[in-house]
Ligand binder design. Structure first.
Ligand SMILES: Nc1nc2c(c(=O)[nH]1)N[C@H]1C(S)=C(S)[C@@H](COP(=O)(O)O)O[C@H]1N2
Ligand SMILES: [Mo]
Length: 301
């Protein structure tokens, strides 16, 4: 898909925060691209995009490699060595290999995006990410004809990740997307938040963000990307296929077996803040519904 993601809103419209240039971006010498690509459609309420604070975004996390409590990652993820970092890109690609983080950053175009983020446990945040379109990277390594899916894998370092001792999931954490989902312009690799390097607890040095899917699809601290013909192993789907489907699209009409998906609580809104109705595809219906035309979204949840 050659279409570049465009929007009418600019960064200034939605955030009062002062913008910092991403340090890594400067080091990599790539041109700073501050034009913000935000969610499309002027109709969407600006208020709904009021971003969460740095504090909220970096202290209420899910990163089970560092513990299952929401405050565990902020406390424990400091032990992850994120530099040097490299990503193995293999499978059905023209240029397989091990790419250093710096090499990747010098090739891709960094942008800023504010995305709604919605967890399957019915809480949500709005996060101002810095990152690049995954398609940009995939196009550079050259996707071969037979490829239909993209598989992702998180670092697997028992000596740095205390949570790996607990068999909540089959480690390493893995996720997958269909190729058209991976190539969609809303799908990004995030490398920063509020213009600063992404903190370890949020998935340093690079993590996936797929804003129309539940948070668990957005895999952190990626070390391997594999183009495949077969549907990849996805950690939550494998752990509990009844509760977590491969697609994991945000869908208020499909209940999680143990709770409703119809509403959500905005983190930072206070304990007694009103729950908000959950939007189909997390509010990105206009942009992504066509990917699923003709699919039964209750069977493919
Ligand atoms: N490697 C890895 N990636 C992960 C997770 C995890 O436990 N391990 N948790 C997922 C879940 S359930 C959510 S909701 C988001 C949380 O991202 P955040 O902490 O940046 O908000 O990360 C996702 N990516
Ligand atoms: Mo989640």
């Amino acid at each position: 898909m050659a279409r570049r993601y465009k929007s009418n809103l600019t960064w200034d419209d939605v955030t009062p925060e002062h913008l910092y240039l991403n340090r890594r971006q400067i080091m990599a010498g790539s041109g700073a691209l501050i034009g913000a690509g935000l969610i499309g459609g002027q109709a969407r309420a600006q208020e709904a995009l009021e971003p969460n604070t740095w504090e909220e975004i970096t202290t209420y996390n899910n990163y089970y490699e560092f513990g299952t409590g929401k405050d565990d990652p902020a406390r424990n993820a400091g032990s992850l060595t994120t530099s040097p970092w490299s990503v193995e890109i293999d499978g059905l690609v023209d240029n397989p290999g091990t790419y250093s983080f710096e090499d990747i950053m010098s090739e891709v175009e960094i942008e800023e995006r504010i995305y709604r983020f919605r967890c399957v446990e019915a809480w949500s945040m709005v996060i101002p990410w810095n990152g690049f379109e995954l398609a940009d990277l995939l196009n550079r390594v050259g996707v071969q004809d037979g490829a239909r899916y993209v598989a992702f894998q998180t670092a697997n370092r028992p000596e740095e990740m205390p949570g790996l001792r607990v068999p909540v999931l089959e480690w390493p954490y893995r996720e997958g997307l269909r190729l058209d989902e991976a190539m969609h312009p809303l799908t990004i690799m995030a490398t920063g938040i509020y213009g600063r390097d992404i903190p370890n607890q949020n998935g340093a040095p690079m993590r996936l963000v797929v804003p129309w899917k539940y948070g668990f699809k957005s895999i952190k601290s990626i070390v391997r990307i594999t183009l495949t013909e077969e549907e990849p192993h996805a950690s939550w789907n494998v752990a509990n296929p009844r509760e977590y489907g491969f697609y994991s699209n945000v869908n208020p009409n499909v209940s999680h077996p143990r709770w409703s998906q119809a509403s959500e609580r905005r983190i930072g809104g206070g304990l007694f803040a009103r729950r908000e109705p959950t939007l189909m595809f997390n509010g990105y219906e206009e942009e992504v519904a066509s990917l699923y035309e003709g699919m039964d979204l209750e069977a493919n949840f």
